[in-house]
Design a protein around this ligand. Structure first.
Ligand code: DGY
Length: 319
């Protein structure tokens, strides 16, 4: 079975794939063009893309050999699932294994934004630090503050656990339905059926909904206006959920005290309006970037390819 891996994966996983299949790896780690991805659809049995590959309808129509798209990553808004289904191509992802790593990054952003760590580091490295003083770079405490989670899936719950048990934060959440009562009891979490009410009641808001058409621009100018004055926005989910022009305006006017972002609508481009603002922490999509997690993601993708090769049910099928 011929397998194409579009980007470099951890060596352990590349080796394991190579031992089992006829694999073409991307040693140079160069992003493939849309034309190359489309051509691959006619040349391989399995395509293993990741979030930086746009697997749209035109790519899927590029050939009829690929029968499985085994995505390296949990999010799949970069894959046209309807086109894949119509072409009888199965799609899998890698859920579960990056929950803790992504929750860690949400907390990293929350702490960095609240305690103005990016501003402080830039000041120090630029030689502008004049020494300790009582009024220098004053941020916000976390203890007793409310963290409002938009979406209450695995990563949101892991983020809430860290914030509640580790930092003494109160937990509120908005979602389509209430979460498992045991989780709600553990976190003393309050459910808000209306997004605007959650936004107005939270000192920190962290986004945990999937990307795609349903959530595009969910956090627009009106949603930002509904946030508490002096609050913070954290996004480790997908860039398209936030209107960054409106966010930059809210940060610039001081309506929001700060923001922490790991994801952007058209990566690797970062919305220019954010770059000049001191009160936003900008990370380059590091959510799952630790060695253990990246290996586990690859092994999960491999498990899906193996199941496919054996004609067994796919463990993480999304289409
Ligand atoms: C994913 O898996 O979708 C992340 O965004 C990349 O770690």
């Amino acid at each position: 079975m011929r397998v194409l891996v579009t980007r470099r994966w951890p060596v352990e996983v590349e080796r394991a794939l190579g031992e089992r299949f006829d694999v073409v790896l991307n040693a140079g780690d160069r992003p493939l063009s849309q034309a190359e991805l489309a051509r691959a659809m006619g040349e391989f049995d399995v395509l293993c893309p990741t979030v930086s590959d746009k697997i749209d309808a035109a790519v899927i129509a590029g050939g009829h050999k690929v029968r499985l798209i085994a995505n390296y990553g949990v999010g799949f808004d970069h894959i046209d699932l309807a086109a894949a289904k119509a072409a009888s191509v199965a799609v899998t992802n890698t859920p579960g294994v990056l929950t803790d790593a992504t929750a860690d990054i949400a907390l990293t952003l929350l702490l960095m934004a609240a305690r103005r760590a990016g501003e402080g580091e830039r000041e120090l490295r630029d030689g502008r630090w004049s020494g300790w003083r009582p009024t220098h770079l004053i941020g916000s405490a976390l203890m007793g503050k409310t963290l409002g989670l938009v979406g209450m899936g695995r990563i949101a719950i892991a983020t809430a656990r860290r914030a509640h048990h580790g930092f003494g934060m109160k937990i509120s959440y908005y979602g389509r339905r209430e979460c498992d009562p045991a989780v709600a009891a553990e976190l003393k979490a309050e459910f808000f059926p209306e997004l605007a009410s959650l936004l107005g009641a939270s000192d920190f808001v962290s986004l945990h909904v999937p990307g795609g058409a349903e959530t595009a621009n969910l956090i627009d100018a009106a949603a930002l206006a509904a946030m508490k004055p002096g609050s913070y926005l954290i996004n480790t989910a997908r860039g398209g959920i936030v209107n960054h022009t409106a966010l930059a305006d809210a940060l610039d006017r001081g309506h929001l005290a700060g923001a922490g972002l790991d994801v952007y609508p058209h990566e690797p481009q970062v919305p220019g309006v954010l770059l000049g603002l001191e009160n936003v922490v900008l990370l380059p999509h590091l959510g799952s970037a630790n060695a253990e997690t990246r290996i586990a993601m690859g092994m999960k993708a491999l498990a899906n390819v193996e199941a496919f090769a054996a004609g067994e049910p796919l463990p993480d099928r999304v289409a």
